[in-house]
Design a protein around this ligand. Sequence first.
Ligand code: NAD
Length: 470
Amino acid sequence: MTTDRQNENTVTTEKEIIKIVAGQRDFFKTGATKSYQSRIKNLKKLKAVLLKYETALHEALKEDLGKPEFEAYLSETGFTFLDISESISKLKRWMKSKWTLTSLLTQPGSSRIYYSPLGVNLIIAPYNYPVMLAFSPLIAAIAAGNTAVIKTSELTPACSDIIRQIINETFPPEYIAYIKGEVRETTILLQQKFDHIFFTGSPRVGSIVMTAAAKNLTPVTLELGGKSPCIVHEDAKLDIAVKRIVRGKFLNAGQTCIAPDYVLVHNSIKEVFLNKLKERIISAYGEDASSSLDFARIVADNHFHRICGLIDPQKVVVGGQSDVKSRFIAPTVMRDVEITDKIMSEEIFGPVLPVLEYKSLSEIYDVVDQLPQHPLACYLFSESTTIQQEIINTIQSGNACINNCVFHVANPYLPFGGVGESGIGAYHGFHGFECFSHKKGVLKTATWVDIPLTYAPYRNKIKILRKILK
Ligand code: NAD
């Protein structure tokens, strides 16, 4: 599949952005996006075009991120197909209004929750999963009956090019529009009045987005990052734990928002765990991961240098090698890491795994509490249901996995999102449909009777009211 490279460097001007947003607002007002037929038709159309461009998307992911084809399918295109198929098959059910209870004071009547589209949406995607994180929110926006403007990351030009082609080939701009651009274009976009902004990216830019949105009282969904802990307790099944940790950490060379950022291992099993981790990394990626076909590259030079700067060679037990030309950083493990080490000062977002140790659960909580962000995910490897419940109840995180890492993202029946500084709101499956919908509560009151209790004159009616409201 060849791409339309002649427009590669075309960015969208301010005038065009204003025109696109105004056009979408007018189009939304016509009601053309709202019917079940229109939503399903557009989802099916998008699925067909995505299938057509699957190979081109895989090639682009290879070009931008050195992403192996298996990872490209598992975590980008395959995931998007799952998402769109799920939306197509469940949409009718999702769109139905839902019955709910009616309180005594509002009787006789009935109550239902209706889902109405939010309107004109802005979707801003990051670089690490450029395909999935552009299309997954878009699918939810279409399913919920909205229009949308999409802006992808300037760090993934090959993917952005194909995404632009897919959008332009499938939809008119008054319905779904693609905006090519960098910070300047995003800043112009953020000055426009949207009905909802869906942002995936860093907490720093999330704050810029939220500040801009506040000016127009625009609601935001923020899918951000954070340092996600991975706890390996003394009773963990270690062979399984290391396999799943290595897969979760080194997928996309660690450039995954929900990658286990660091491991907290019980001190009684630390040495065995470190040995098994080393063995597993070698069996997955070979002695020299730079020649492995299954290991991605860092997206850009600045990220490469930032990640290399976090590695303390004195503490490296596996990996540590890098090559600036190919932006390769080997799967790396650092041992005996302290909370005060540089690597613990920010989200790593690269293939470096620091290992800290603990003796008691309270030491785990101290570490998590001292870090600046509420984690986006928390992972625990333990066979004890008591420990599992304690960790789930104590550590405040967006999501969690017990005896696994990262894979909660692949279950569309779970809401996916952060808490505190790791994000606002959640999506995937029905939760995505909800995220792009307004839940309108509707009370329908009977007219066959008109209870006088709440009308003036009130006289002694408060006594009855007290009985009803207590
Ligand atoms: P980023 O915040 O640098 O960029 C995200 C988007 O914002 C890009 O489209 C970029 O062009 C735009 N942008 C950058 N600077 C901007 C500015 N000053 N004003 C307006 N827009 C601006 O994030 P990134 O480096 O692309 O992605 C990595 C971050 O995203 C990590 O923190 C990671 O944890 C997070 N992330 C979160 C999720 C999630 O689902 N929660 C998923 C993927 C990535």
